[in-house]
Design a protein around this ligand. Structure first.
Ligand code: THU
Length: 145
């Protein structure tokens, strides 16, 4: 943990670590926890949820985002992600990066290690040249073909 990390972010990282306990990962045994800081200060957590039909697994980040949106939150400041990887920071998968940029390209992703150290990047840095909601507002050619 860096010296000037705010108390709010320290708590967010702790909450993401704690969420690993809730992880449902009987197939991969790879626990992931996430904690999302909403613009109004609310923290919403999530864990990965796997399934006997392997491809249906949902990542911790998307669990947290889906919980948050369904509770009325659409503006986010940061997300912290935790796993049990000893020497590497956990990084979000491509699907989760796409899910994050849906809600803005300029909010913070804390990719942590169990010792509380982290790598910090913006959502847009993690998915450069991403497909964002504004694309659907742009002028389109006629569909007459
Ligand atoms: N997983 C996450 O929940 N978040 C990530 O950032 C990477 C991967 C989950 C999906 C699956 O349950 C397990 O980790 C192994 O891929």
């Amino acid at each position: 943990m860096e010296k000037n990390t705010s108390e709010t972010i320290k708590k967010l990282i702790k909450a993401s670590h704690e969420m690993k306990r809730k992880s449902y990962c009987p197939y991969s045994k790879f626990r992931v926890g996430a904690a999302l800081l909403c613009e109004d200060g609310t923290v919403i957590t999530g864990c990965n949820v796997e399934n006997a039909s392997y491809g249906l697994a949902i990542c911790a980040e998307r669990t947290a985002l889906t919980k948050a949106v369904s509770e009325g939150h659409r503006h986010f400041k940061a997300i912290a992600i935790s796993s049990d990887l000893k020497t590497s920071c956990i990084v979000p998968c491509g699907a989760c990066r796409q899910f994050m940029v849906e809600f803005g390209t300029d909010w913070d992703v804390y990719m942590t290690k169990p010792d509380d150290t982290f790598r910090l990047m913006k959502t847009g840095e993690l998915l450069p040249f991403g497909f964002v909601p504004e694309a659907l507002e742009e002028e389109r050619v006629s569909q007459m073909a």
